[in-house]
Design a protein around this ligand. Structure first.
Ligand code: GLN
Length: 473
C-alpha cells in the first residue's frame, strides 16, 4: 500500500526511481482517494479518462532511465488551462462543451516530463473570486473543515492537494488566487514573477496581472514545478529569458515588515498574533528584520479593482456565442450576443464586465483607469525603493483564516477585502509565496493561516530559501 498522505513530489520521485512502486500504482492510489472524497469536496470538475494510460507511458520512461523529477507524478490542472482534446470551461456555463484545441505552454512543458494529469479543478468563474463560490458548478469545500470555503479562485487546485487528491496542482493568480486558497487549505502556493511563466493557453482574466503558479505540500515541490514551467516562450511576449534567476548568496538576508499595513481594518487578531510569532521565528533563524514603509500600499485594492475589471471587460469580449462554447439563438446577431452572454456568464463576471466598461468609458477613464495606472506606478516605485534596503518583504497572506460557505457570497466588497495582502504583488509584478505558518483558533475552529513572502522581480530563489528555512525543509 502506498501511503499518499505523507508523500511529496520529491519523495514519490525517489520511490518511482527505486521501483518501490510504479507510476500506475501511484495513479491508482490517487484515483481511489479521489473517488472516496471528491463527491463531498467537489474539488475536481472532471477526472480524465486516460489517467492510467498516461501512467503506463510514464512507467516506460522511468524504465528507460530517462525520467525527470516529475515523470509519473500525478498533477491537477485548474479549469482555465488548455490541454488538447479535453473539456475546459473556466467553471463557466458559457464554455460548456468547449474542447481545447492546443496545449497551454505549461501543459506542453509538463507533458514533456511525462507527468500524469489527473483532471481539471473547480474555480471561481473565469478566476473571479476568492472562495470558488462563483463557480457555475457548485462550491469547493475546504477539506480541513467542510463548512468552510477552500478559497479561490484556485480553490479546487488547493483542495485537491490538501485532500491527497494530487501531489501538486497548477493554479492562476491575478490578485491572490494561488496564495489565498493555499493558505485556507494549509498548503504552499507560489505566484511567480509576472512573465516568469508563459500565459499562453491560460484563459485571460487580467493580462497585466495573470500568472500561473504551483500549489503543493512543500516548498521543495513548488520549486520543482516552478522550474519545470518557467521560461521564455515565443507565444507570450511578456515572458523573459531563463538565466535571470539569481542564485542564493550566502549573505545574511534582510526581511522588511511593513508593520503599518497591519493597522488596516478587518485583520483578525489570530492572524496578527500568528504573524508576530512568524517574525520572531524569522529572527531566530538569523534574519535581520527591518520595519519598512510602503505609503501607498493601502490603495492597492482600489487600484486592482479598477485595472482588473477593465482588462476583464476587454478579455471576455471574445465570448460572443459564435467562437466558443454556448450559443443562444436570438432574432439577429446582436441578440445572439446579448442572450448568450446574459445566460452564459454568472453575476460576478457580469458585475466586473460592467465595472470595467464603465472605468474605460470616454467620460470616466481619466477619473478612474488613468488614475489607477498612475498609482500602480507609484506603488511599484515604493516597492523598488524598499527592495534597495531589504531582500524580502513579509505580510500575512490573508486577513482571516477560511470563512464559512455563504458568509461573504452576497457581499462582494467584503469578499474583495480578503485580497488586501495579496494584490500588491500582482500590481507590481513581483514573485510571492504563501507558506503555512501554523494553526489558529478562529470562530471556535482550528484553521491554518499563511505567511506571505515577496521578493524583487525574478528572485524566486530568495522565496524558496527563506520558506524552506522557515518550514525546516
Ligand atoms: N480574489 C481576487 C479576485 O476576485 C483574485 C482573483 C485571482 O487571483 N484570479 O479578483
Amino acid at each position: 500500500m502506498i501511503d499518499i498522505t505523507t508523500l511529496t513530489i520529491a519523495t514519490a520521485h525517489t520511490h518511482l526511481i527505486n521501483k518501490d512502486f510504479f507510476a500506475r500504482d501511484l495513479a491508482e492510489a490517487y484515483l481511489a482517494e479521489i473517488k472516496k472524497t471528491n463527491g463531498d469536496i467537489n474539488a475536481y470538475l472532471e477526472i480524465y479518462d486516460d489517467v492510467l494510460a498516461q501512467a503506463d507511458n510514464a512507467d516506460k520512461i522511468i524504465a528507460s532511465g530517462t525520467a525527470t523529477l516529475l515523470t509519473g507524478i500525478p498533477i491537477a490542472l485548474k479549469d482555465n488551462l488548455l490541454i488538447t482534446g479535453k473539456h475546459v470551461t473556466s467553471a463557466s456555463k458559457i464554455l460548456e462543451g468547449y474542447v481545447a484545441p492546443y496545449d497551454a505552454t505549461v501543459v506542453d512543458k509538463l507533458k514533456k516530463e511525462h507527468v500524469v494529469f489527473l483532471g481539471r479543478t473547480n474555480m471561481d468563474e473565469f478566476a473571479m473570486g476568492g472562495s470558488t463560490e462563483n463557480s457555475a458548478f457548485g462550491v469547493t469545500k475546504n477539506p480541513l473543515d467542510m463548512t468552510r470555503v477552500a478559497g479561490g479562485s484556485s480553490g479546487g487546485s488547493a483542495a485537491v492537494v490538501a485532500m491527497n487528491g494530487a501531489l501538486g496542482a497548477l493554479g492562476s493568480d491575478t490578485g491572490g488566487s494561488v496564495r489565498e486558497p493555499a493558505t485556507f487549505c494549509g498548503v504552499v502556493g507560489l505566484k511567480p514573477t509576472y512573465g516568469g511563466v508563459s500565459r499562453h493557453g491560460l484563459m485571460a482574466m487580467g493580462s497585466s496581472l495573470d500568472v500561473i503558479g504551483p500549489i503543493t505540500k512543500t516548498v521543495t515541490d513548488a520549486e520543482i514545478l516552478f522550474n519545470a514551467i518557467k521560461g521564455q516562450d515565443m507565444f507570450d511576449s511578456t515572458t523573459y529569458p531563463d538565466g535571470q534567476y539569481p542564485q542564493n548568496t550566502n549573505k545574511k538576508l534582510v526581511i522588511g515588515v511593513p508593520y503599518h499595513i497591519l493597522e488596516q481594518e478587518g485583520i483578525d487578531q489570530s492572524v496578527r498574533d500568528n504573524f508576530t510569532e512568524s517574525i520572531k521565528k524569522l529572527e531566530q533563524l538569523g534574519y535581520e528584520i527591518q520595519d519598512i514603509s510602503l505609503p501607498n500600499i493601502g490603495y492597492s485594492l482600489a487600484v486592482y479593482y479598477i485595472l482588473m475589471p477593465a482588462e476583464v471587460s476587454s478579455n471576455l469580449a471574445r465570448f460572443d456565442g459564435i467562437k466558443y462554447g454556448l450559443h443562444v439563438d436570438g432574432d439577429n446577431l446582436l441578440q445572439d450576443y446579448l442572450k448568450t452572454r446574459a445566460q452564459g456568464f454568472g453575476p460576478e463576471v457580469r458585475r466586473r464586465i460592467l465595472i470595467g466598461t464603465y472605468v474605460l468609458s470616454a467620460g470616466y477613464h481619466d477619473a478612474y483607469y488613468n488614475k489607477a495606472i498612475l498609482l500602480r506606478q507609484k506603488i511599484s516605485d515604493e516597492f523598488a525603493h524598499a527592495f534597495q534596503k531589504v531582500d524580502a518583504i513579509v505580510t500575512p497572506t490573508t486577513p482571516t483564516p477560511s470563512f464559512k460557505i455563504g458568509e461573504k457570497a452576497h457581499d462582494p466588497l467584503s469578499m474583495y477585502l480578503a485580497d488586501i495582502f495579496t494584490v500588491p504583488a500582482n500590481i507590481v509584478g513581483i514573485p510571492a509565496i504563501s507558506i503555512p505558518s501554523g494553526m489558529v483558533t478562529y470562530e471556535g475552529s482550528t484553521l491554518p493561516v499563511g505567511l506571505q513572502i515577496m521578493a524583487p522581480h525574478a528572485h524566486e530563489s530568495v522565496l524558496f530559501e527563506i520558506s524552506k528555512k522557515f518550514l525546516g525543509e
